[in-house]
Structure formats: structure tokens, C-alpha cells
Ligand binder design. Structure first.
Ligand code: HPA
Length: 275
């Protein structure tokens, strides 16, 4: 992607100021919602809504199914900032832009982050759509989300945050799988040979987002949880070609179940980020 004219720190600071300027501050946990999962934000109390385009420094997505707004509200006694939609590397965005919002959240004092996405599933025994807790990721996006000075260590996904998702799933009576998410740059879906290859490598889910944000948030000290909404079998695992419309439709089909999980997860993620 092209290099932004500003440094990463200047991008993050401008966006943090842009968010605070709209009252989008003082939140305990941030949720980044991918394709189709946006409806959840409607259940927040005392909420305010701000479109991305109104926030200085916030890059807006051009992908259908990504609403492009922030919603700040209360849920289960905690303040939650929902980022509905995100930009992707395949839109020509630089990793500094893809990761700007999560870095800005950390600047505003937020310690807990939940990243969600839509993904293709590689385990033929899972009945889809389903929800998967991301235990760790493989980044094959081919661009570095961290600077040399930020090199992280270990997995970005904090075990206590993963446990918070498991407990939330239990409380919401929602089935939750777990597995490794592979981040690819897209925007094309995979070939059947690629899916077969990744499945043999022990990958459970493939998608085009999340890995850069997870690495960046971890590097700036946030505790990160990841949730995939597995909308479709990976290419070649089911008859017929994949389409983005199918992904958005399957996301909608599981959105209310995912919403119950997200609601239960809020206070638990906050607790897991502050011990
Ligand atoms: N592959 C990559 N990204 C995706 C998929 C897929 O099958 N489904 C949703 N996002």
C-alpha cells in the first residue's frame, strides 16, 4: 500500500483527538465489528452514533456490509465503543491506517479490545454459520503491521480475554468453537488448493482482516480477544463459488446469536483486562 504522509504516531494522535472531539472517549472496551455483525450496536443504552466520515483521521471503508460508524454506549454496566466496519489492506490502505483506530483506542485509555470478522471455515465437521474464538493467528498478509521498535512477542490474543469469551458463550448459551485464524490479503477468495493446503497446516478459519489490528493493539499494551463468524466453508469444501453477498447473508443469519455473546462478553472482557 501507499505510505501515508504522516508518521504512525501522528496518525494515531490525530484520530484519538478526532474521537475525543465527538465525545467518543471514556470507554472500557472496544469492539471492532466485521461484515454483517453491525446490528449488535443497536442494543446499547445511552448511545451516541458518529459516522466515520465525521471523525477527523478515520479512514472509511468502501466494502458493502461495513456500515462505517462508531457507536458508544453502555452494556451490562460497562462503556463500550463499537467500531462498525473497518478498512482493509485490499482497499489499498497502508497497515498504519488499518491499525490506526485500535492504536487510538489505546491512546484514549482503553485496555480491552474485541476484534471480530467474517471468515471461511476449514473444518468440514463444523456446521455453519458458527462462531469461533481466535486462539492465535497466522499472518500471511505480506505486510508488516509493526515497526521494528514495536516487535511483539507471543500471541496477541490474551488467554484471560479468551476465557472471558468462553464464559460469555456459556452465559449466553451460544456454541463457541476455537481455532487458529489465517489472515490473507485478499480480496479474492482462495482457491480450493489453497484451502486444502491451509487445512493441512492446521488452520481453522481464513479471512482478510484482524491480524494487523491484533498485533498492533497487543504491541501498545491492550489485551486482545478475537471472534470469527464463520460464514461459509472454504473454497472447494462445498459446491458452488463463494460470494461476498453469501458472506453478508450468513453473517446476518448468525447476528442475533453473536449479539447475545457480545452482550455477555463486555463486562467479562473488561474484568479480564484489569486484573
Ligand atoms: N475466505 C476469506 N475471507 C472470508 C471468507 C473466505 O472464505 N469468508 C468470509 N471472509
Amino acid at each position: 500500500g501507499r505510505l501515508p504522509a504522516m508518521t504512525t504516531a501522528a496518525i494515531d494522535e490525530r484520530l484519538a483527538e478526532g474521537l475525543a472531539g465527538h465525545g467518543l472517549e471514556g470507554f472500557d472496551v472496544a469492539y471492532v465489528l466485521g461484515s454483517g455483525l453491525g446490528a449488535f450496536a443497536e442494543g446499547l443504552e445511552d448511545s451516541i452514533e458518529v459516522p466515520f466520515e465525521d471523525v477527523d483521521g478515520m479512514p472509511a471503508s468502501s466494502v458493502p456490509g461495513h456500515a462505517g460508524r462508531f457507536v458508544l454506549g453502555t452494556l451490562g454496566g460497562v462503556r463500550v465503543l463499537v467500531q462498525q466496519g473497518r478498512v482493509h489492506l485490499y482497499e489499498g490502505r497502508h497497515p498504519a491506517e488499518v491499525t490506526a483506530s485500535v492504536r487510538a483506542f489505546a491512546r484514549l485509555g482503553c485496555r480491552a479490545l474485541l476484534l471480530t470478522n467474517a471468515a471461511g471455515g476449514l473444518d468440514p465437521d463444523w456446521s455453519l454459520p458458527c462462531l469461533m474464538r481466535i486462539t492465535d493467528h497466522v499472518n500471511l498478509q505480506g505486510s508488516a503491521p509493526l515497526k521494528h521498535s514495536e516487535r511483539g512477542h507471543g500471541t496477541p490474543y490474551h488467554p484471560a480475554m479468551g476465557e472471558a469469551l468462553v464464559e460469555a458463550a456459556g452465559a449466553a448459551d451460544v456454541e463457541l468453537k476455537s481455532g487458529v485464524y489465517l489472515g490473507l490479503s485478499g480480496p479474492a477468495y482462495e482457491t480450493p488448493a489453497e484451502i486444502d493446503y491451509f487445512a493441512r497446516c492446521g488452520i481453522q478459519a481464513v479471512g482478510m482482516s484482524t491480524v494487523a489490528e491484533a498485533a498492533a493493539a497487543h504491541a501498545v499494551g491492550m489485551r486482545v480477544a478475537g471472534l470469527s463468524c464463520i460464514t461459509n466453508p472454504g473454497a472447494g469444501l462445498a459446491a458452488g463459488p463463494l460470494s461476498h453477498d453469501e458472506v453478508v447473508e450468513a453473517g446476518a443469519a448468525i447476528a442475533s446469536i453473536a449479539g447475545r455473546l457480545l452482550a455477555e462478553a463486555g463486562p467479562r472482557l473488561v474484568a479480564a483486562s484489569t486484573d
